[in-house]
Design a protein. Structure first.
Length: 477
């Protein structure tokens, strides 16, 4: 089989007394199937294999949601043939390559056995990066922008997020499904693992139960070990780092990653207009010279304004009157609490130098989020998704899939990161890794000539107008 680029973990259905399998657009598009194409469905060794076929006995159907700009492919199979292979409501894995989809029964795993993965992207030479969960790939984009990291693997339970991720990163492999179900053999080998666990159990957006019943810590730990990574990078709301899930993760990884560093950083302190306070952690297998990014003392007159961030197209958007709308009610909120418009920068102008974070639920219009006030009229509007990306300093080359509507884009950005902080964090991690490997080089090649000959083997190529390192095998851990 060709290199696997996507793995989808789903459950079979049941319809008209037969087992039903249903393949969503994300899976079919990853394999390169188009609406109306013929499909050959064959059974081999307890698996169902889908390939293209000129005959159209079976075809790729179409689906169109209101939020999509165009129709997307869909495939359903419900027959006695499928029932002979899979039971109803049974977990299955869809292994996706160019032009072929292999559907197999879910693989169970041993919590204490880490198998060597063989997935697309394992031969890359920069610092290889796994992202669990990947979201829309915003953190991955910021790390890739440094020219030091190359994504090889991703995981997320939300197909829309994986659509956005794969639209920007075509090398490596992705997995759609519950992380508690992911088999170690589906984890790509990497140098670094980026973890950004779900925040809804730890922040004011969720139940704040501290992850007592979540049980994700052990699964993150086993996936990190399966990757073979030497560094773990973690980002989440500050409350997460006091949770049971985080305590479990630290406890399980500490024997392998004894050098642990933690900090809380507000992106605003690093120069961003958008405030975003998050906790960060870095776990290392060996002692390094790692340091957290230095927070600059930025004078007020040097801070950017909203107008400088969003640009000349600020007039474009759905402007609404303040009077008679939800905004009027938000601006009238009073009381001795944190939910007042003035305290939360709910309505900001073009000359404002601070905005609040953009949450997943930004579209519901709430006092803790920021919205733009017209400079000349008593009107306001939501910030557009392209403006939000600029606020969060996501690389300009990042693109959403063409089909994706504004609502889904905003939800993805609501699960995003502070791009400037992630870049600075990633650079410090890369410097620490490279510093350790350079020291080993110096011990292996004691003379200056030997070291220089080795350094000359590092290729510097151009990507997106920037020079990037291609690490040779001499740097392998």
């Amino acid at each position: 089989m060709k290199d696997v680029k996507l793995i989808r973990h789903i459950m079979t259905g049941f319809h008209r007394e037969n087992t039903r399998i249903w393949l969503e657009p994300t899976v079919l598009e990853a394999a390169g199937f188009d609406v109306g194409e013929g499909v050959r469905q064959t059974i081999k060794d307890g698996a169902i294999i889908l390939t293209r076929c000129e005959q159209k006995t079976r075809i790729i159907s179409k689906r169109k949601r209101p939020s999509w700009a165009h129709e997307r492919p869909l495939y359903e199979s419900c027959s006695k043939e499928v029932t002979l292979v899979f039971r109803e409501r049974e977990y299955i894995d869809l292994l996706v390559s160019d032009g072929i989809i292999v559907i197999k029964k879910e693989r169970s795993f041993d919590l204490f056995v880490v198998e060597k993965p063989t997935l697309q992207g394992g031969d890359l030479k920069k610092l290889r990066l796994n992202s669990f969960p990947c979201g829309g790939g915003f953190a991955t984009a910021c790390l890739a922008e440094t020219g030091l990291f190359e994504p090889v693997g991703a995981l997320d339970i939300w197909p829309t997020a994986v659509d956005a991720y794969m639209n920007n990163f075509r090398n490596g492999s992705a997995y759609i499904g519950d992380l508690t179900k992911k088999h170690p053999s589906y984890v790509a080998p990497s140098d670094v693992c980026w973890l950004s666990p779900s925040c809804t159990r730890y922040s004011s957006l969720g139940g704040q139960d501290g992850g007592v019943t979540e049980g994700h810590g052990p699964h993150y730990a086993r996936l990190v070990l399966a990757s073979g990574a030497s560094v773990v990078m973690i980002e989440q709301v500050p409350q997460y780092f006091k949770s049971t899930s985080y305590k479990h993760l630290k406890k399980l990884l500490q024997p392998f990653f004894p050098y642990m560093h933690e900090i809380i950083i507000d992106a605003f302190d690093l120069g961003s207009v958008a405030s975003r306070t998050r906790g960060y952690a870095a776990f290392f297998q060996e002692k390094t010279d790692f340091e957290w990014p230095e927070i600059p003392k930025l004078p007020e007159h040097r801070r950017k304004t909203v107008a400088q961030v969003i640009g000349k197209d600020w007039e474009e958007g759905d402007w609404r009157p303040i009077s008679g709308t939800v905004m009027e009610g938000l601006l009238r909120k009073v009381g001795n609490n944190n939910f007042k418009a003035e305290k939360n920068h709910t309505l900001v102008g073009l000359d404002s130098k601070r905005v609040s974070a953009f949450p997943f639920s930004y579209g519901k219009v709430q006092v803790t989020s920021s919205y733009l006030k017209h400079p000349d009229k008593e009107m306001w509007r939501m910030f557009r998704s392209d403006e939000m990306l600029r606020f969060q300093m996501i690389p300009e080359w990042y693109q959403f899939p063409e089909y994706m509507g504004e609502g889904e884009r905003i939800k993805l950005i609501g699960q995003s990161i502070a791009g400037d902080v992630v870049k600075a964090f990633g650079i410090e991690v890369a410097v620490a890794i490279m510093g350790s490997r350079y020291k080993r080089m110096a011990s292996i090649f004691p003379t200056k000539t030997d070291v220089m000959e080795t350094i000359e083997r590092i290729e510097i190529t151009e990507e997106n107008g920037q020079g990037v390192f291609q690490f040779d095998s001499i740097f392998a851990s």
